[in-house]
Design a protein around this ligand. Structure first.
Ligand code: SF4
Length: 227
């Protein structure tokens, strides 16, 4: 992802303003939380792997069926890659995702006593698990303060001026430097909700957005985008 894609023309909003942004988003989205339905950290891990280039809505449809009968790494290993691939086929990249999930389940059973590890080093060993998935599992699954950056967090935080970043890594670094640790997990969910609701990739609904008096994209952006 590059800055040009989100139309960034600016620097950063002030430290005082980033707190106002947080408070406004907090009021706008009281129910903001992880959109992936799960009953365990293992289910969260699998759902997050499935969510790559797929909507939470679609993943939830798939996992509703999958987790009915397959709730543990052992269950999924017994199911086998072929049947798993069939169940998850509508989320895209099913071949790769099913292979990664099988390898991840095997490693969980063989090396981690069938439990999802609670640290970056071990999580990153699992197939199909990168930095974003690690941060989601640690923050949502274990309550460890993290700031997972997906496409919504990247776009929205750059538009508002919370960050002025060229990459996901820079975005994570700046957000975690500018906000106190106790705000990271909630801020992640708030930015995702705002990105889905109003600050969409195309045609953000700036005119009805409570952040327009602060947002740098609104004050300096392309008027044609303010639909
Ligand atoms: S004013 Fe527009 S660009 Fe800024 S946060 Fe709101 S919807 Fe997004």
């Amino acid at each position: 992802m590059i800055v040009k894609e989100v139309g960034i023309l600016h620097n950063l909003i002030s430290d005082k303003e980033i707190i106002i942004v947080y408070e406004k988003l907090d009021k706008m989205y009281p129910d903001a939380f992880c959109g992936l339905i799960h009953d365990s950290t293992f289910e969260l891990l699998i759902a997050t792997i499935l969510s790559a280039q797929c909507t939470d809505k679609r993943v939830n449809i798939i996992t509703e069926e999958l987790f009915k009968n397959y709730k543990t790494p052992e269950d999924i290993l017994k199911l086998g890659q072929k049947k798993l691939k069939e169940i998850i086929k509508t989320c895209g990249l099913a071949e790769n995702k099913s292979k990664n999930i099988m390898k991840t389940c095997k490693m969980l059973v063989d090396e981690f006593d069938s439990k999802v590890p609670k640290n970056d080093f071990e999580l990153l060993k699992l197939n199909g698990v990168g930095i974003k998935t690690t941060n989601v599992v640690l923050s949502v699954g274990f309550g460890v303060p993290r700031m997972p950056v997906d496409t919504h967090v990247f776009r929205v935080s750059n538009r508002i001026g919370l960050v002025n970043a060229k990459t996901v890594g820079e975005t994570e670094k700046t957000l975690t430097e500018r906000y106190e640790k106790d705000k990271w997990i909630r801020l992640h969910h708030l930015l995702i909700f705002h990105g889905r609701d109003l600050c969409k990739a195309r045609n953000p609904k700036c005119e009805i957005c409570n952040l327009k008096d602060i947002c740098l994209y609104y004050s300096k952006g392309d008027k044609n985008d303010k639909k």
